[in-house]
Ligand binder design. Structure first.
Ligand SMILES: *[C@@H]1O[C@H](CO)[C@@H](O)[C@H](O)[C@H]1NC(C)=O
Ligand SMILES: *[C@@H]1O[C@H](CO)[C@@H](O)[C@H](O)[C@H]1NC(C)=O
Ligand SMILES: *[C@@H]1O[C@H](CO)[C@@H](O)[C@H](O)[C@H]1NC(C)=O
Ligand SMILES: *[C@@H]1O[C@H](CO)[C@@H](O)[C@H](O)[C@H]1NC(C)=O
Ligand SMILES: *[C@@H]1O[C@H](CO)[C@@H](O)[C@H](O)[C@H]1NC(C)=O
Ligand SMILES: *[C@@H]1O[C@H](CO)[C@@H](O)[C@H](O)[C@H]1NC(C)=O
Ligand SMILES: *[C@@H]1O[C@H](CO)[C@@H](O)[C@H](O)[C@H]1NC(C)=O
Length: 464
């Protein structure tokens, strides 16, 4: 009888939302309380002193690092597989997040991006060469000096010089833990044991070029996996009308509309400074664009924006902090607070979880030689994973924010266990998995199947 009930519970997929802890981003009075400042978050530098490592830093989120890594008793558990997924590092803003005219000259000539092809057949293997894009400003082109509002040579987006430095450090820190401290990773790169994966957005490849080199300095080049851009599970880009509908329900709710209404004065001031059209729906349905634009400036040490025609009309620190608090509210609301946020995460990111589940199980049945799978993705990818697992406390996943899934084998009982780290610490959720710290792998697999079905058939049902 008991067995019957358990099986029935597992096969009938059911997506149950468990509310997160109340916090300063769930209560609009606190979101609009200016004395809360940045809520102890850092938004103006990639650097955090060692004594404060682990603190929320939007510019360069904490990740696993030798000095803060929570060690597992290696005489009881043997690490068998690691899956890392993190957001790309800091970058120029997306084109749609730039003001009509920006009061900043912005050159990106201190890093070079490469785009080229190679024949994979031996007879022509040597018949192409490396091609790098050098930014070109043509004095006879009447339009070329201003691009997306900026005078300069950058692409929007591209990983900045500082973002590449952070990526390199991220790779060193990962190797520090899984290579040096745990002696888990092989000393030289081996594609049968390690795999790197990116999304179709070129900035993820820019990041992995520095991460992988820091981990494997002898490698001249590595192959990274990328899925077709119309069904990429990592970004994600697969199409699911149902998930899109849930997302628009979430942002048409009265709570969402209320935060926008309360931000009306702020919007007026910001539009006046930036020259953004007050009727632009894109800029006024969420604070996303103002957030990205402002965080880019501060994270790279630039001043806050000023009006292009009046250099004494500038954004204030108070306004910037208000934008950041609103950004955290929006992520918390879309991915955790709204009762359909879990449904949204499950349907818009279920494909990745199906894949992850299979990678973990293939390790336990001995059919996979893979030890380490590394994905470079986006804030929306990280937020969906945290929404799916139902993190207890969510802020906007900043640059480089990292989730690690560690699979262990019990040396004494031969059973399989899973641990999940976020911001370098054990992930705690308000969902049925609670603190994801050496939980039986079976519980984890059951949870994934309860959301998407045994082989994603529930997900496919929702999305078709
Ligand atoms: C505003 O935030 C400050 C600082 O966190 C806090 O002390 C104060 O109680 C808050 N004000 C209200 C009205 O909640
Ligand atoms: C960043 O902002 C904090 C708080 O607003 C300030 O104390 C600090 O000096 C700033 N750091 C930089 C590098 O601008
Ligand atoms: C590749 O091409 C270069 C220049 O044409 C030549 O010197 C070199 O020997 C070639 N290498 C191979 C492996 O064919
Ligand atoms: C083209 O590639 C082949 C094979 O690598 C090489 O033998 C040949 O020299 C290459 N041709 C040129 C012009 O480099
Ligand atoms: C762009 O910046 C350069 C360097 O500061 C300056 O010489 C040039 O006049 C600027 N062009 C425009 C169109 O603002
Ligand atoms: C420029 O902005 C400042 C600060 O808001 C304001 O006092 C001043 O009148 C503005 N100048 C013009 C010409 O609009
Ligand atoms: C949650 O989604 C379901 C299915 O689309 C819908 O019927 C329900 O109204 C939604 N709930 C809220 C509060 O939006």
């Amino acid at each position: 009888m008991l067995l019957f009930i358990t099986l029935a519970a597992i096969t009938a997929a059911e997506i149950v939302h468990h509310a997160p802890f109340e916090n300063e981003f769930s209560d609009l009075d606190q979101v609009f309380n200016s004395s809360r400042g940045t809520n102890d978050g850092v938004y103006n530098s990639s650097y955090v002193p060692d004594s404060k490592y682990g603190q929320y830093n939007f510019c360069n989120m904490p990740h696993v690092r030798k000095d803060t890594y929570p060690q597992v008793d290696q005489s009881v558990y043997k690490l068998q597989f690691v899956e890392v997924i993190h957001r790309h590092h800091k970058r120029t803003p997306y084109a749609q997040n730039c003001f009509p005219v920006e009061n900043l000259v912005l050159y990106c000539d201190d890093a070079l991006n490469n785009y080229y092809s190679e024949f994979k057949t031996p007879d022509r293997s040597n018949n192409t060469t490396k091609i790098s894009w050098t930014n070109y400003q043509n004095q006879y082109n009447p339009f070329s000096f201003i691009q997306n509002g900026y005078n300069g040579t950058c692409q929007f987006p591209q990983i900045s010089y500082g973002g590449l430095e952070d990526s390199y450090q991220h790779g060193l820190d990962l190797y520090g833990v899984y290579g040096e401290l745990l002696e888990f990773l092989p000393e030289s790169y081996d594609p049968n044991q390690l795999t790197f994966r990116v999304t179709n957005n070129v900035i993820t490849s820019q990041v992995v070029s520095a991460v992988a080199k820091a981990m494997y300095p002898c490698e001249k080049g590595i192959d990274v996996k990328v899925e077709g851009d119309s069904f990429d599970a990592l970004e994600p880009t697969y199409s699911c009308d149902f998930a899109d509908d849930v997302a628009s329900e979430i942002t048409s709710s009265s709570e969402w509309q209320e935060h926008l209404a309360k931000a009306a004065d702020l919007y007026n001031e910001l539009d006046h400074i930036s020259g953004v059209d007050p009727d632009s729906e894109d800029w006024h349905q969420s604070l996303d664009h103002y957030f990205d634009n402002t965080a880019f400036r501060l994270c790279h040490g630039y001043d806050l924006a000023c009006n292009s025609e009046n250099s004494s009309l500038c954004m204030t620190q108070d306004q910037a902090e208000q934008i950041f608090r609103l950004g955290d509210f929006e992520y918390n609301y879309q991915f955790r607070i709204h009762e359909n946020s879990t449904l949204y995460a499950a349907t818009s990111y279920g494909a990745y979880f199906n894949e992850l589940k299979h990678r973990l199980l293939q390790k336990t049945d001995g059919s996979s030689s893979l030890k380490y799978s590394h994905n470079v993705a986006h804030d929306g990818s990280i937020a969906r994973i945290l929404g799916f697992l139902q993190i207890d406390y969510l802020r906007w996943p900043g640059m480089g924010s990292e989730i690690v899934f560690e699979l262990y084998e019990g040396l004494k009982d031969g059973k399989w266990y899973l641990r999940t780290l976020y911001m370098g610490r054990v992930l705690t959720t308000t969902g049925p998995l609670g603190e994801i710290d050496m939980i039986p792998l079976r519980d984890y697999v059951d949870y994934i199947e309860s959301m998407i079905g045994k082989d994603a058939e529930v997900l496919v049902d929702y999305c078709s």
